[in-house]
Ligand binder design. Structure first.
Ligand code: FAD
Ligand code: NAP
Length: 427
């Protein structure tokens, strides 16, 4: 049967999927509700798909954040800005002539798997619905755009927003700002608002190790490559030790000590947070208990007034085009082989739906190459794929704390190696 492949999304994960699958001579249509390629990296001051803000630079360095088929230009900075990344993704699409496969400003509204196994895909463009049938579906819709909100008792009567809605610091000038979370969004946002606010505080519900962006003059992920020959647990032990040598104990900053081993939470990489705390620009706070008007009651019994709360509490894995009864990864385990192959539906692929301790799109590129081989029929799904899918859940690359953001973690280097092993079976 002639393949007709539908790809949802033309962001950093969708682009290599379009490239590698179409290069096999397979018919591909990609839909994206944005007006150009780049996904999250198309900064927009209005509420949009993107969750980046005016000053976002990536946390994975350019050396480890490039497609193997399309390196960065040498003048790109060590940690590229959203603007540099948008340019990179757009020039990738131009270089490989991918625009001809993409229908922009087109929302994928629903995907239904028919009794014959094919996909009925309903799209909306300019308020017009359109239905098409495809043999295969490749999902690259991203996983950092649907806000996950925290729940507290009481009502906060100041402004309450999520990091997805935070675009720049200027509106927070002369405001008392409370940032919730200890991930990369929280620390970046707190640093930015602290430049203009009357007061910025950051509330952590546990202690984290803050990793600097540079070690001995090298981007930290480049520095860490030297430790790659070690097993993951030893690498983590050493990395935790180096972070401690660099920062000292969290107590010095008034922050809670980590309650977990290094690697047991997604790494927070920030060279300014601790500096700002020691300069009195950011005030560490413990977990929130409840709200009353503009007052925030913290778990250590302290009470403080704020004008604005910015919840940097992460994102939900969302696939609104699937009926929730058909597929729902918004909570619970995500049993997919190599984070991409479904145990039952052999014509459904996920690209980029994993959280590396590093950059997403080099892994998405390898997944795309494997998906292309599978679609061509040269790579065969293992007979025991259901067992392998379960194994991904029971044997993650590293043991992490049980919170919703830690369900799809992979070790960057091991994940790429595992994908290449499968790809090289065909070569
Ligand atoms: C502030 C911030 C900083 C980050 N920094 C890093 C970093 O340093 N390194 C890193 O690797 N990752 C980082 N990330 C993670 C980010 O998810 C990835 O960088 C990258 O954007 C993932 O690419 P993607 O294509 O999978 O998803 P996205 O970039 O989200 O792209 C998904 C695409 O799908 C389209 N789409 C979605 N749903 C539909 C639909 N129903 N119909 C049609 N089109 C649809 C969207 O328009 C979009 O173009 C960061 C995330 C945030 C929020
Ligand atoms: N500059 C950059 O490149 C940059 C900037 C921002 C984001 N990112 C990336 O974007 C992705 C998302 O990052 P993120 O920081 O937005 O989200 P995240 O990694 O999911 O972190 C969310 C944080 O909020 C905490 N949290 C969640 N629910 C909470 C609740 N109910 N109450 C209190 N705290 C709660 C989490 O705690 P637990 O530890 O308990 O889970 C965690 O500290 C990550 O891949 C990140 O690396 C990169």
């Amino acid at each position: 049967m002639n393949k007709r492949v539908c790809i949802i999304g033309a962001g950093p994960s969708g682009l290599p999927a379009i490239k590698n699958i179409s290069e096999e001579g397979i018919f591909v249509v990609a839909y994206d509700y944005n007006h150009d390629v780049g996904g999250n990296w198309i900064y927009n001051e209005k509420d949009s798909h993107s969750s980046v803000f005016e000053t976002t630079h990536i946390i994975s360095s350019k050396t480890l954040s490039q497609y193997e088929d399309y390196p960065f230009r040498p003048e790109v900075s060590d940690y590229p800005s959203h603007e540099e990344l948008r340019n990179y993704f757009q020039s990738y699409a131009k270089y490989f002539n991918l625009y001809r496969h993409i229908q922009f400003n087109t929302l994928v509204k629903s995907c239904v798997r028919l009794d014959n196994g094919q996909w009925e895909v309903t799209t909306i463009k300019d308020e017009n619905e359109h239905v098409e049938i495809f043999t295969d579906l490749v999902v690259c819709n991203g996983h950092h755009w649907e806000p996950k909100y925290p729940n507290y008792s009481g009502k906060f009567t100041g402004d309450f927003l999520h990091s997805h809605q935070y675009k720049k610091a200027a509106p927070f000038a002369n405001k008392k700002v409370l940032v919730i979370g200890g991930g990369n969004s929280a620390c970046d946002v707190a640093v930015e608002t602290s430049r203009v606010s009357t007061k910025t505080a950051i509330s952590w519900r546990r202690g984290y190790r803050i990793i600097p962006k540079f070690l001995m003059g090298k981007p930290t992920d480049v520095f860490a490559i030297k430790m790659n020959f070690l097993p993951i647990f030893l690498r983590n032990l050493l990395a935790g030790f180096i972070a401690h040598i660099n920062n000292g104990s969290n107590k010095i900053y008034g922050l809670p000590e980590p309650d977990h081993k290094f690697g047991a939470t997604h790494p927070t990489i920030n060279s300014e947070l601790l500096y700002k705390i020691r300069h009195g620009k950011i005030k560490p706070r413990v977990e929130i208990d409840r709200f009353e008007g503009k007052e925030v009651f913290f778990k250590d019994k302290s009470i403080e007034k704020f004008d604005v709360i910015i919840a940097c509490t992460g994102f939900v894995l969302a696939h609104p085009f699937f009926d929730k009864k058909f597929l729902n990864y918004s909570e619970g385990p995500v049993p997919l082989y190599l984070k991409m192959f479904h145990p039952t539906y052999d014509n459904l692929y996920f690209i980029g739906m994993f959280q590396p301790l590093g950059c997403i799109w080099p892994g998405a590129e390898q997944q795309s190459k494997l998906a292309a081989l599978a679609l061509k029929g040269s790579w065969k799904r293992p007979a025991n794929i259901d067992v392998l899918c379960e194994r991904e859940v029971t044997h993650p690359h590293m043991k992490q704390i049980n919170t919703s953001r830690h369900r799809i973690t992979v070790d960057f280097h091991r994940f790429i190696r595992d994908l290449k092993t499968q790809i090289n079976k065909i070569a």
